[in-house]
Design a protein around this ligand. Structure first.
Ligand SMILES: Cc1cc2nc3c(=O)[nH]c(=O)nc-3n(C[C@H](O)[C@H](O)[C@H](O)COP(=O)(O)OP(=O)(O)OC[C@H]3O[C@@H](n4cnc5c(N)ncnc54)[C@H](O)[C@@H]3O)c2cc1C
Length: 228
């Protein structure tokens, strides 16, 4: 285990900061479970961090902060059933690259790919398109580490109530150690982008299916900084 004492943690934008008593980075699912069980027994307060891309103080902790930075990677890609099993800290970018090699992709994504799969699932991260669910709807199976340090497998068939709750649980139901996701065939897509005045978009009312809109303040664009 990699354990860092008295280190400042901050989210991506720096708007949320904390100095946890301890930051731990387990290297295996077993080690993660062992640690969480021990913290539970000792009455410690544990938060789990993904890539720190949430704007709100979800991860902020003055006690134990568990990071799954060392618990990343693709465990299995099943091309016959189009599923992929990954460790909880795996970043969306590396997941996408691994899937693409096998002609697969995630069904839908948000506008960045640096999040951890568990953080994206736990917050209901979504892309656009009325026919797509959030990323958590791509989940087929989860391995959760409970506060008692037990490994709990859940899916729509196995412990369905826990599975439903864990799909968007903001890190409050346990630590997602492993995720099995449904993938789709990879497609070649063409990216088109143009600017439109807000008034015109408001007049249109509804955007065509498959399109997406981002609202940027003009001064932010001209200074080259994205305000997202
Ligand atoms: C520039 C930018 C663009 C964005 N674009 C979009 C977008 O297009 N669509 C959208 O919906 N959102 C978007 N977001 C929001 C982002 O997708 C979410 O905040 C997402 O949760 C970030 O993932 P993360 O890995 O950084 O998680 P974190 O922010 O680190 O954590 C988020 C939550 O997940 C929990 N968590 C993390 N890991 C685990 C785990 N292993 N087990 C259990 N719980 C865990 C944490 O405790 C916390 O409650 C954007 C954010 C930024 C900064």
């Amino acid at each position: 285990m990699h354990s860092e004492q008295v280190e400042r943690w901050q989210n991506w934008s720096g708007s949320v900061q904390a100095i946890p008593r301890q930051i731990v980075k387990p290297h295996s699912v077993d080690e993660l479970a062992r640690l969480i069980g021990a913290y539970g027994r000792d009455g410690r307060r544990v938060r789990v961090a993904g890539a720190g891309h949430s704007f709100t103080p979800l991860v902020q902790s003055d006690d134990v902060l568990v990071s799954l930075d060392e618990l990343q990677g693709i465990e299995k890609i099943d091309t016959e059933h189009s599923t992929v099993t990954v460790l909880g800290g795996t970043r969306l970018k590396s997941l996408g690259e691994a899937l693409y090699v096998h002609g697969l992709a995630q069904e839908n994504l948000g506008d960045i790919d640096v999040q951890s799969i568990s953080g994206a699932i736990s917050t209901g991260t979504h892309g656009t398109g009325v026919r797509f669910g959030t990323l958590s709807t791509q989940v087929e199976r989860l391995t959760l580490v409970t506060a008692a340090g037990e490994l709990l497998e859940c899916s729509p068939e196995r412990d369905p109530a826990v599975f439903k709750a864990a799909q968007v649980s903001l890190g409050m139901l346990g630590v997602i150690a492993r995720v099995a996701l449904r993938a789709v065939p990879a497609r070649r897509m063409r990216f088109q982008s143009h600017r439109e005045r807000l008034g015109l978009l408001a007049a249109l009312g509804v955007l065509p299916v498959g399109s997406t809109a981002h609202y940027f303040r003009q001064q932010a664009l001209s200074s080259g900084h994205c305000p997202c």
